[in-house]
Design a protein around this ligand. Structure first.
Ligand SMILES: *Cc1c(COP(=O)(O)O)cnc(C)c1O
Length: 385
């Protein structure tokens, strides 16, 4: 069996976990701030807040930016459902901006068109969440310019793209956003088991996210709304959650971060080989914009259903039958029954829906062997020509 993605855990990773288990702290110890500092260094951001998952990070970012019941949040229909669900957790409305047909990210031109319409109807979004699909950054500067004109905040869903770059800026630098979210689920670039992090340069936002991460409780006298009762005292000032990462997870994250460049280099080599060996087949290989360095989280091909010997669903099933556990990232969010019930329907986002009929995620992960990659390539050749 060849999965589409897989973690790479070595002896140093395991040793770092054992060290934490033998230490005084399993949670809320020194590993969390150490991991946060390392992620801030990597991403050139002022603050990092480690959380239980990217989903939790998206929720906290929305809360901290004040997303409320009557507000709108816009995101890409081609993403994991968490990119939209975070708005629903806050009781807010969700809408989508169709993808660019080449990058599969939110299209800034379509975004502007939708903003012009929304302004007329007085339903401008409070937050827009671009998703850097596959590790390829969305066109952040264009989206940022629109955010100034139409007065919305930006959260980057960078679950796929720690270690990637947009122009000369590391993803997570928040040069063009309020905050950025990374995921450390095992299929992502580095892992902590479950886990995520929020990066930001805004100290007020960082403070709020830290409070919301831990029940809305503060031990800092300067933040309390009334006099402290004594040295034991803490005070709940918001309704927060328990979204804290453990020291065990943070230690794994610190250890994994040491190899992030190696991981991305290996992914890049695999992507380059796919590019070379698949370019003559009746399918589309992913295009990279020249302003981007991708982390190559996913390698998505699009089947040319008009020219290919077999069509998309058959190719997908045949590859699985051969033990190649391809995947499809993603089912357009608006087509899930939960979102259909909110009023979305087929035809709403045509670029996303066309993508869905053609996309297949091929295996790509640091430990993918040359032999297995060749098997994937030969199998695809056989099924498409
Ligand atoms: C994986 C993923 C998430 C959710 O990450 P978790 O850490 O599993 O909560 C959100 N958005 C995107 C685009 C993802 O790929």
């Amino acid at each position: 069996m060849i999965p589409y993605g897989k973690q790479d855990i070595n002896k140093d990773d395991i040793d770092s976990l054992v060290d934490v288990l033998k230490s005084d702290f399993l949670t809320q110890g020194p590993k969390i701030p150490e991991f946060e500092k390392k992620v801030s260094e990597l991403s050139s951001s002022s603050f990092s807040i480690a959380v239980t998952s990217a989903t939790a990070g998206l929720h906290l970012a929305c809360l901290a930016l004040g997303l409320n019941k009557d507000d709108y949040l816009w995101t890409s229909p081609i993403s994991f459902v968490a990119s939209a669900n975070c708005a629903r957790y806050c009781g807010a409305n969700v809408d989508f901006v169709d993808i660019n047909a080449e990058t599969y990210n939110i299209d800034p031109i379509l975004l502007e068109k939708k903003l012009i319409e929304a302004k007329k109807n007085n339903v401008l979004p409070k937050i827009v969440i671009p998703v850097h699909l596959c590790g390829h950054s969305a066109d952040m500067e264009q989206i940022y310019l629109l955010s100034k004109k139409y007065n919305f905040k930006i959260i980057e869903d960078a679950s796929h793209s720690i270690g990637a770059k947009y122009k000369e800026y590391p993803v997570g630098s928040c040069k063009y956003s309020s905050c950025t979210i990374f995921s450390f689920h095992p299929v992502k670039i580095i892992t902590t088991g479950e886990g995520g992090i929020v990066t930001t340069n805004n100290s007020e936002l960082a403070k709020k996210i830290r409070l919301f991460r831990s029940h809305g409780i503060t031990r800092d006298k300067s933040e309390m709304l009334s006099e402290s009762h004594g040295d034991w005292y803490y005070q709940q000032i918001y309704l927060g959650f328990n979204y804290r990462m453990t020291d065990i997870q943070a230690a794994l994250g610190i250890s994994q971060l040491k190899r992030i460049n190696e991981f991305i280099d290996k992914r890049e080599k695999i992507a380059q080989k796919y590019n070379r060996d698949l370019s003559s087949l009746p399918l589309r290989i992913p295009k990279q914009r020249n302003y981007v360095k991708s982390s190559r989280h996913l390698y998505v091909i699009r089947i040319n259903n008009g020219e290919s010997r077999l069509k998309h669903p058959e190719i997908f099933s045949q590859l699985r039958r051969l033990g190649i556990l391809v995947n499809l990232h993603y089912i357009p969010i608006h087509l899930h029954p939960y979102y259909s019930k909110l009023g979305f329907k087929k035809g709403d986002f045509p670029n996303a829906e066309k993508y869905y009929q053609e996309a297949i995620s091929l295996p790509i992960y640091p430990k993918l062997s040359l032999e297995n990659q060749n098997f994937v390539i030969q199998s695809l050749k056989g099924l498409t020509t």
